[in-house]
Design a protein around this ligand. Structure first.
Ligand SMILES: [Zn+2]
Length: 146
């Protein structure tokens, strides 16, 4: 029985980083690529965020990542995390923002990966099957946040 519980615990920890580990990862990324200047108060997973991979509220210094990133390659997760960290320093997506991400060597690759995932996710939807509500503006593929 004990063996089984240990095995379950190991599986659990392999499956995903907890919020604490996520915060630790954010701190490491900030140190490595942003001179440690981005210091979020809170970094956590959310399950109710389906149109964006991540979001940042600079005024509250909080970062939320979509649970859909769980299980994706680490360089993709790191890119989204770094992207949101950079928003603590530059809230928009202007040239100053992208300059901050230049230090991360896999920005383009991660963006390509996310575009692929977003594209594949749209495939099963039949054109014209949209609900009658507000027209759904398709998000820019691979856009991390709004
Ligand atoms: Zn963004």
């Amino acid at each position: 029985m004990r063996q089984m519980l240990d095995k379950l615990a190991a599986q659990e920890s392999r499956r995903t980083l907890g919020d604490d580990a996520l915060a630790e990862r954010a701190a490491r990324l900030s140190t490595a690529y942003l001179d440690g200047r981005a210091r979020p108060d809170q970094v956590r997973w959310v399950t109710n965020q389906n149109s964006r991979w991540g979001s940042c509220t600079p005024s509250e210094r909080t970062i939320r990542l979509s649970h859909r990133l769980q299980g994706m390659p680490e360089y993709v997760l790191d890119y989204v995390l770094l992207h949101e960290l950079a928003h603590l320093l530059v809230p928009d997506h202007g040239s100053r923002f992208w300059a901050l991400l230049e230090a991360y060597p896999r920005t383009e690759r991660a963006r390509g990966y996310l575009e692929g995932v977003a594209g594949a996710a749209r495939l099963p939807h039949v054109p014209g099957a949209r609900s009658a509500g507000a027209p759904e503006a398709p998000a820019e593929p691979g856009e991390v946040c709004g």
